[in-house]
Ligand binder design. Structure first.
Ligand code: KIV
Length: 279
């Protein structure tokens, strides 16, 4: 079913069932007003740990905490009725092992109402994904470029080119076999993304991957032109709202300094003239 025709939010099984069907639509969100704007247009909305870079000015996602994810997850949940909420597990909240991952995933879901968690990693995370899924936690996997590992990957480079392709393919099979209901493919060559999409039974969600993926995701502030620190090649700016917002702020500043704001229509009159002696 298309997201706009829905009356209620899909769940992980609904998302999984869309494999090979109408492409899944997804964006990130971090606040209630933005979630309201995308509700019903997106099949699922991701509270990404990109929140650290996009809203908090961090230089990577590594400083994002459970508390930040929960606060933004709760805000986004208030804005959604017809799109599923998926929440990222932040760096350091799941890598120690399945028990740590379960404790933190359960907390994220209980405190935000998210229907699933997303975590980064392939073969090395398969055991954890299996553990979570068997205990009632739907998991979206994230392979290819995994930004929480930039220090070992050596930067935000394309993953899976040439002789690296087999490793990314093995990651895709490992997370699908472990029970993930979908997998994000970030910054992998299109031919590899297409091969993974053909070979695995779960939907692939591309970001810098291929139009042939089962769905696409973008960071909302990137596609609206609010995040201007840098623009990855895979981002299409559907609007350029950053400069528009700055122009509006500059106009407001000029009007306040010129005493032309507030104007008569923005201020309140008395019901009756003020009587009595001047103080
Ligand atoms: O944190 C995030 O926004 C993400 C998406 C880019 C997939 O993981």
């Amino acid at each position: 079913m298309s997201a706009t025709a829905r009356k209620t939010a899909p769940n992980a099984q609904d998302i999984r069932a869309q494999k090979g069907g109408v492409p899944l639509v997804s964006l990130t969100a971090y606040t209630t007003p933005m979630a309201r704007l995308m509700d019903g247009h997106c099949d699922f909305v991701l509270v990404g740990d990109s929140v650290g870079m996009v809203l908090h000015g961090l230089s990577s996602t590594l400083g994002v905490t459970m508390e930040m994810m929960i606060l933004h997850g709760q805000a986004v949940a208030r804005g959604l009725e017809r799109s599923m909420l998926v929440i990222d597990m932040p760096f350091g909240s799941y890598e120690e092992g399945p028990a740590q991952a379960f404790r933190n995933a359960a907390r994220l879901m209980a405190e935000t109402g998210a229907g699933a968690v997303k975590l980064e990693g392939g073969v090395e995370m398969a055991e954890t994904i299996r553990f979570l899924v068997k205990r009632g936690i739907p998991v979206m996997a994230h392979i290819g470029l995994t930004p929480q590992s930039i220090n070992t990957l050596g930067g935000y480079k394309v993953q899976g080119r040439d002789d690296q392709a087999q490793a990314v393919l093995a990651d895709a099979h490992a997370v699908a076999d472990a029970g993930a209901f979908s997998v994000v493919l970030e910054k992998v060559p299109a031919t590899l993304a297409d091969r993974i999409t053909d070979e695995v039974a779960i939907p692939t969600i591309g970001i810098g991957a291929s139009v042939g993926c089962d769905g696409q995701i973008l960071v909302v502030d990137d596609m609206l032109g609010f995040f201007t620190a840098f623009k990855p090649k895979f981002v299409k700016r559907y609007a350029d709202l950053g400069p528009l917002a700055e122009a509006a702020i500059a106009e407001y500043a000029a009007e306040v300094r010129a005493r032309s704001f507030p104007a008569a229509e923005h201020v309140f009159g008395d019901q009756a003239p003020v009587k009595g002696p001047k103080a």
